[in-house]
Design a protein around this ligand. Sequence first.
Ligand code: PGA
Length: 257
Amino acid sequence: MPKPIIIANWKMAINLSQQLNLASQFSKVISPDYLKLVDVVVCPSSVALFPISSVLPKAMMMGGQNIFWQSLGSYTGEISAGMLKEVGCDFCIIGHSERKENFGETDSIINKKISACLDVGLSPILCIGESWEQRGQNQSSQIIFYQLTSALSGINLTTEDKLVIAYEPIWSIGSGQLPDSDDLLDILNTIEQTLSDLYPASILKNNIRLVYGGSINKQTVVNFSDIDNLSGFLVGGASLEVNSFTEIIKSVKLKGA
Ligand code: PGA
């Protein structure tokens, strides 16, 4: 079973000093024993990455929330994958639905960003998920297939590369609504089948992890604790509360222990 992973997506939810404060609480409360068993990745705002890198314990990892796909150049306001790597990140969230909705991010942009991450050894956390309307029209599997194949088009994964696929139904993000475990299993099967047409079984097993995101907190996390092909969670709101986030890590750690 792959090592479980819990990702905190702080979005733009709190200011810089609150982020530093939260990172230092994480470093006090999240036990090094958990970090041996679970990969914990904190994704703060980009301006917080440098100060936070000296606050988090070494075993806790950092991720960016976005990059531009070019490595260097005249791109005012942008940050490259290489810069995230330099500041100490190992991961980057790519294609979050909030970026699609607010910044016009398309499947082809997402594809370039995935490639840029892998080029510098940053592991992409690729977000995919259907809207409420698409779900109502029974299109979830089709949408997932389409998003995955476009994002990963032409992307060759080597044994050095690590990829996280985060299934985040848009209607579940921040809403308190979650899919039931049968629906989630169906989607995970679609993801696995799609990936198995793209990559060899050994890459699927060793280099790709599937996580769920959307309204996960210390109570709802137990809904999915029996799903074996799920390696962890991408957590928004509940990652801003030390206790809730720690309980989520504990529940996954217990599963892996
Ligand atoms: P949520 O957000 O946990 O607050 O629903 C998840 C996400 O957007 O990554």
